[in-house]
Design a protein around this ligand. Structure first.
Ligand code: FES
Length: 326
């Protein structure tokens, strides 16, 4: 990329100011930012200044924007000279920005450069009729349709030297031109026949319909009321072991199903008794054989175990009591 400098003094205008429409627009843009953050509006304001001034930014426009935003001129200059979207010197009525990045190069951007050089001349040079100038820029984000150029605000893609030459002829002659792909494809769809997503069932609803039908059937099954009597009758008719028998030599014979088949209660008396026993069910702890800890004599955290500490303290108290008796 070449060094970006302001245009020579000889062609700099004496002053710059927004016209009434642009001034009103600029004030609405500046008002979007909180107090003290007006500098954030520098890029849109510079862009509007460039549009108003034949698509290039004179020094006076840069200073005007700096004054409007309360920015030092050097800060506005930093922005204007950094971004290639800001032109610092006059451009042609049709300003061609040619993408020279790798994908476009691989697809023939070099041939488009040759057309620019032969039809327009060197970069940053405006043709004598004022119609054209061109500049090689970095990727413009239309790599799928390489090679491509941007002319003013529009993209022209899938170019060949012939189609690009004709495009320049038509623009110069004021004839209508086709924007976007020059080979007729829509956006960046595949060149030639479509090779993917071509199955018609993807678009007639049958695939989605089949899935929906399955979901509806499963939902209906889940919502159907449970017939407990039928289940009990089936269990009685075909008793099954409570657990899979494949890995066990013994067969379970005292299952709820067996008991129902024999006309007994599904739950055995032994299990009912066990369920009622609070100790066996774990809802109540059995009486501990360990000595109860006296109140205020709680084990400390540095004992080997809390219980061990309590035992030692109980033994000590018993020994002391024996000694006092003696
Ligand atoms: S490389 Fe040319 S548009 Fe991206």
């Amino acid at each position: 990329m070449a060094v970006r400098r302001l245009a020579p003094e000889a062609i700099q205008p004496a002053s710059f100011a927004f016209n009434a429409d642009n001034l009103a627009w600029a004030q609405t843009i500046v008002a979007k930012y909180p107090e003290g953050r007006q500098a954030s509006a520098v890029i849109p304001l510079l862009w509007r200044a460039q549009e108003q001034h034949d698509y290039w930014l004179p020094k006076s426009a840069i200073e005007y924007v700096g004054d409007m935003l309360g920015m030092p001129y050097i800060r506005v200059l930093e922005v204007a000279t950094f971004y290639t979207m800001f032109n610092l010197e006059p451009v042609g009525r049709f300003f061609v920005q040619l993408c020279g990045t790798t994908p476009c190069r691989l697809r023939g951007a070099g041939d488009i450069v040759k057309v620019c050089e032969s039809r327009i001349g060197d970069q940053r040079h405006v043709t004598p009729d004022g119609n054209f100038s061109w500049l090689e820029v970095e990727c413009l984000g239309a790599c799928c349709n390489a090679p491509m150029v941007q002319i003013n605000n529009d993209y022209y893609e899938d170019l060949t030297p012939e189609s690009f030459s004709k495009l320049l002829d038509d623009l110069a002659a004021g004839r209508p031109v086709k924007k976007g792909s020059q080979i007729g494809r829509t956006a960046s769809e595949a060149v030639g026949d479509l090779a993917t997503l071509v199955d018609p069932s993807l678009y007639d609803g049958s695939v989605v319909g089949a899935w929906r039908k399955r979901f509806e059937e499963e939902a209906a099954k889940a919502e159907a009321p449970v017939d407990t009597q039928a289940i009990a009758a089936q269990a009685a008719a075909e008793p099954k072991p409570a657990k899979p028998s494949s890995a066990r030599p013994e067969q379970a014979t005292d299952t709820p199903a067996h008991r129902v088949a024999e006309g007994k209660s599904p739950v055995s008396k032994a299990k009912t008794a066990k369920a009622a026993d609070p100790v066996k069910t774990g809802s109540e702890k059995p009486a501990s054989q360990e000595p109860e800890l006296p109140l205020g004599d709680k084990p400390t955290s540095y004992a080997a175990t809390p219980l061990e500490g309590a035992k030692k303290r109980t033994r000590k108290k018993a020994d002391a009591a024996d000694e006092s008796k003696d």
